[in-house]
Structures are given as C-alpha cells and as structure tokens.
Design a protein around this ligand. Structure first.
Ligand SMILES: Cc1cc2nc3c(=O)[nH]c(=O)nc-3n(C[C@H](O)[C@H](O)[C@H](O)COP(=O)(O)O)c2cc1C
Length: 350
C-alpha cells in the first residue's frame, strides 16, 4: 500500500501549519472532506479535523452523517488515524472518538493510539513534550502527529493460527442478557480460537489507587500493582497473554459497570510496562433502553485511545434488552452474533 490519503475537514490556518510539517510518505494525497468518497479498494486514511469555539462545524457534521450512511463493509480493509485540532479545551476528544466510532461501524480498522489531538492551549501535550525533551508544545504536537503518520503507514495486523480470546464479564449468569449474547457469539466462533472466560466479580475489586508513575512502574515491572488481588494475579496476566479481548458490557447508567471500570483503570499497570502490544478490543453492549453507543464509545476511548488496544473493524455488537432472556428473542440476533464471530475470525485467523 503506498501513501496515505489525508482528508481535511474544517478550515483553520493551524491545519495548514501542521500539514507543512507532517512529512507524509511518498504517494500521499490531500483532499477536502467534501470531495472525498469512500475508496473502492483498501486505503490508509488520515483525517485532519479542526474545531472552533462553538464545537464541530457543519462540514464535520456532514462528514459524520455521510459516514453513518455507509454499509458496514464500505471501508473493509481500510485503516485510519485521526488528528483533531481545537480552539478551546473542549470537543477534541469527543469529536475524535465519535469519528473513530463512526468509521469503525463502516468496517474501518485502526492501529494502536489512532487519535492525536491538540486542545486550544495545547496543554494536553505537556507530558509528550517533557518525555521527549521537546522545546515547545507546538513541537510536541508535530511529534505526536508525525508519530501517528508513521504508525499508520507501518502497521500490519498480526494474525494467528490459534488466537487466544479472553472474555471478561461482571454479570450474573442466570439472568444476564450480555452473557446470553456472548454465548451466541462463542457458539458461532471458529474452533481454532482458544477461549478463556473470567468473571470480574471474583473477590473484591479495588479501583486504581492512582500511584505516581514511579510507583506504578515499580509494581508493573514485577507484574503486579499496589493492590494485588485477583486483578493483578489473574486478570492482568490473562490480558497480557491474549490476542483479543472481548468485554461484556451491560449499560449501567450509560456507562460500563463499576467492576469493568475498575479493571480498565487497573490496566494502567500493563500500559506503563508496555505489555499492551497488539491485543484487539471487541465488545458486546446490552442496554435496557438506549445509550449503547455511549457505552461502546467509552470502552473504545479508554482502551484504544487512552491505552493501546487495536480497534478491529466492527468491534462492537450492541443490543437492546431489559428483562432476563430478552436478548435471545431479538429479531435477527443469532445472525448478528454469527456475523460478529465471523468478523473476529476474518480479522485474527491466519
Ligand atoms: C444499575 C443499573 C443501571 C442501568 N442503567 C441503564 C441505563 O442507563 N440505560 C439503559 O438502557 N439500561 C440500563 N440498565 C438496564 C441494563 O442495561 C439491562 O437490564 C441489561 O440487560 C443488563 O445486562 P445484563 O443482563 O447482562 O446484566 C441498568 C441496569 C442496572 C442494574
């Protein structure tokens, strides 16, 4: 695959300033979002969005709406990264995450860390500046954007003869709609997958203590964490050993449940020891009423944008079911579960 296609949305001179410094690989092209149409064959796509004091402009909204109209295989084989430049401290993460979620619904995959953003003050780049000894926040922004270009250009998706899939849940088996949906997916999964299922309800789960970087690195280098317990002894090693993670996420107040959130926060230990390397993220979200997209985006944001899980095409299956057993009665749910399992096989198997 040669070059990137850079798709630009929003007029802002700071976008031109960045473009002049990006060092795109040979063969790359730059196109306005309004002129861009989804490619007929796989491409590497880099979106550059700018957002002003009032939030996403009409051109960004139009892009999101056009993408939402695409069928779920429209961007099969495409890989993307997203750059967002803000005017204030608001909107950059939200817009970047929404665009990545929307592209993913259309079958686009993403490398690790697919979003680079600069808020209005650029203070979000202070740690990057310090860690890499850069002279200014502007330099840190160029560094972060170039790093994304490099990772997007170099990325090859790893495949496996017998992929290890880790399923994590915190639900009650006898009543859980999310576990019932997972059973449908696992029944349809290629037998070459080696599946391990762990409950996050085993023992007491402590949330991340927020140790400083030094203390966190100290425990992480010993394969542990300040609190120890089942998360350190069983769950984190299992995440380190898997090639794909399937999170089961009932919607609790438009959020992942507390046990799952504690697990995500405790993943910081694997993040600082650089043990999240190439694992794919998948999720099953069940809401009683609405808001599954919020939960899916929360998981995507925490694990793929903040940590470094890979985001495979169509990473999430969302369903609406409230009473126990209702998920299995949804029209077409078996076909959707089978299609989701087939996507996992197509993505991970050699
Ligand atoms: C504490 C709690 C909070 C919930 N909050 C929401 C919510 O905000 N939105 C929603 O659509 N459903 C909500 N629900 C309903 C669940 O998402 C729904 O019952 C789902 O089937 C639960 O999955 P499970 O059976 O796997 O536990 C909530 C349920 C509980 C117990």
């Amino acid at each position: 695959m040669s070059g990137l296609r850079l798709i630009r949305c929003g007029a802002d001179p700071r976008g031109d300033w960045l473009l002049e410094r990006l060092s795109l690989p040979p063969g790359s092209t730059v196109q306005a979002a309004e002129q861009w149409t989804p490619p007929a064959s796989p491409e590497r796509l880099l979106f550059l969005l700018t957002v002003d004091e009032l939030g996403p402009g009409e051109d960004c909204i139009r892009l999101l709406r056009r993408l939402r109209a695409l069928p779920e295989t429209a961007l099969s084989g495409c890989l993307a990264g997203v750059l967002v430049l803000g005017r204030t401290e608001l909107d950059t993460k939200d817009l970047g995450r929404r665009l990545i979620f929307t592209l993913n619904l259309a079958g686009c995959g993403f490398p690790e860390g697919p979003l680079a953003e600069a808020t209005g003050s650029m203070r979000n780049l202070a740690v990057t500046r310090r860690n890499h000894g850069l002279a200014s926040l502007e330099e840190a922004w160029v560094f972060a954007a170039r790093d994304l270009v490099r990772r997007l250009t170099d990325f090859t998706a790893p495949r496996f003869e017998k992929p290890r899939l880790l399923v994590l849940h915190a639900s009650e088996r006898s009543t859980s709609n999310t576990l019932a949906l997972a059973d449908l997916v696992l029944a349809a999964l290629d037998p070459r997958f080696r599946v391990r299922t762990l409950s996050l309800r085993n023992g007491t789960i402590e949330d991340c203590r927020g140790c400083g970087y030094q203390i966190c690195s100290h425990f992480a280098s010993k394969g542990s964490c300040f609190y120890g317990g089942s998360i350190s002894q069983e769950v984190l090693p299992a995440v380190q050993d898997c090639e794909a993670l399937l999170l089961l996420l009932p919607n609790y107040n438009d959020s992942v449940g507390a046990n799952v959130m504690a697990f995500i926060n405790r993943l910081t230990s694997l993040h600082v020891s650089k043990s999240i390397q190439g694992q794919r993220l998948y999720a099953l979200v069940v809401s009683g009423y609405s808001g599954g997209d919020l939960v899916a985006q929360q998981a995507l944001g925490a694990l793929c944008l903040n940590k470094r899980f890979l985001l495979p095409p169509g990473f999430c299956l969302m369903a609406t079911a409230n009473d126990p057993g209702q998920a299995l009665l949804l029209p077409g749910i078996r076909e959707q579960a089978a299609a989701f399992a087939a996507r996992m096989g197509a993505e991970l198997l050699e």
